[in-house]
Design a protein around this ligand. Structure first.
Ligand SMILES: Cc1ncc(C[n+]2csc(CCOP(=O)(O)OP(=O)(O)O)c2C)c(N)n1
Length: 347
């Protein structure tokens, strides 16, 4: 198992000898996912500041954990239970970029009909379950689905459930972990530990240093990895997935990363943490770090990198324009899919 002590580990040492090899195409795909996530993130903040969209959640610093997990997710087979910071993970798992923008712009074509909280994605055909704004609320959904997979003897499928370290002090988190441990469910838990839960730092959230040690209380293995290293993430999630499909039960992976931006476009992180702290983590920024590693190992050339960045920007520009040109939902659709029948509360 690839392990690293902290998010500050030097350039992917773990990448040198992963248990699961990645092809050059897969490594390039992971890098493209990371670039796409960052570009979509920046676009969300820009559109919000331009007054075009009401809200976006930033995920800068989470690219490696999300792209690595997305590569380990088996499309058409596994079930994904992401949380609101996982737009990158959803895209890396098969969620179309254009649909992210339908959601951000709250257009009628959005899977939630343009009436869902922006960035709260869902796509049944991709196995991506609806995000919960209630912290840890999706954990019990995830273990319920994993229980169904086990009950139906669908042995080659797992549920992957992600969350922040703040979620681990919610009651529902513990209930879900306990049930998964007792039932030895085919589920992989991935904690994206970015060290902050809005303005609450990790040390005020929990009395232990690592989320991973909480796994012992539920009879499952806890693993700490460098969440800035997408190869270590892929390796850990794939290992845990293999264990789950072979009846070995759940694993709790703690990927140590950092949140570079404010919690969302509604938050101002300057009110609770210093610029120096944020900058001290920027030196390990997973996107340029992985770019350097790929170039040094001859996976991509500097010209390839430029071409990829250009292509990602083109995709994001096209999706922005196409989504913006779409109509809003009709007011008459307000209760569609919410209440059965033709119920209209104003009558
Ligand atoms: C049950 C519940 N309590 C509080 C909130 C308000 N809230 C929204 S996001 C958040 C922080 C969660 O932090 P963490 O789980 O570490 O994830 P992160 O946002 O850092 O990725 C809180 C407290 C909520 N949405 N639900």
């Amino acid at each position: 198992m690839a392990k690293a002590p902290s998010a500050h580990a030097p350039a992917p040492a773990a990448a040198a000898a992963p248990h699961h090899e990645l092809s050059k195409e897969q490594l390039r795909a992971i890098f493209r996912s990371m670039l796409l996530q960052r570009t979509v993130d920046n676009r969300g903040f820009q559109l919000n500041r331009q007054g075009k969209i009401p809200f976006a959640a930033g995920s800068e610093g989470h690219e490696a954990v999300q792209a690595g997990t997305g590569m380990a997710f088996q499309r058409g087979r596994d079930l994904l239970f992401p949380y609101y910071r996982d737009v990158g993970l959803c895209m890396a798992s098969g969620f179309p970029t254009i649909e992210v923008f339908y959601s951000l712009f709250a257009r009628a074509k959005d899977n939630g009909g343009g009436r869902q909280f922006p960035s709260h994605l869902t796509k049944k055909s991709a196995g991506i379950y609806s995000f919960s704004s209630i912290i840890a609320g999706h954990m019990t959904h995830a273990v319920g689905a994993a229980y169904a997979l086990k009950y139906r003897n669908e042995h080659d499928r797992v549920a992957i459930c992600t969350f922040g370290e703040g979620a681990t002090s919610e009651g529902e988190w513990h209930e879900a972990m306990n049930f998964a441990g007792v039932q030895r469910l085919p589920i992989v838990f991935v904690c994206e530990n970015n060290q902050w839960a809005i303005s609450t730092p990790q040390e005020k959230q929990m009395a232990v240093k690592d989320v991973a040690i909480k796994a012992a209380g539920y009879g499952m293995e806890g693993v700490i990895i460098d969440g800035f290293d997408p190869i270590a993430v892929y390796d850990a999630v794939t290992t845990a997935r293999e264990k789950a499909v072979s009846g070995g039960g759940p694993t709790l992976i703690e990927a140590k990363c950092y949140r570079f931006l404010s919690h969302t476009t509604d938050d101002d992180d300057r009110t609770y943490r210093s610029k120096e702290e944020v900058e001290s983590h920027r030196k390990d920024d997973p996107v340029p770090r992985f770019e350097r590693w790929l170039v040094e190992h001859g996976i991509v050339s500097p010209a390839d990198v430029e071409a990829l960045k250009k292509d990602v920007l083109r995709e994001v520009n096209e999706c922005t324009d196409a989504a913006e040109a779409e109509p809003y939902p009709q007011a008459s659709e307000l209760y569609t899919n919410l209440v059965e029948g033709a119920w209209e509360p104003w009558q």
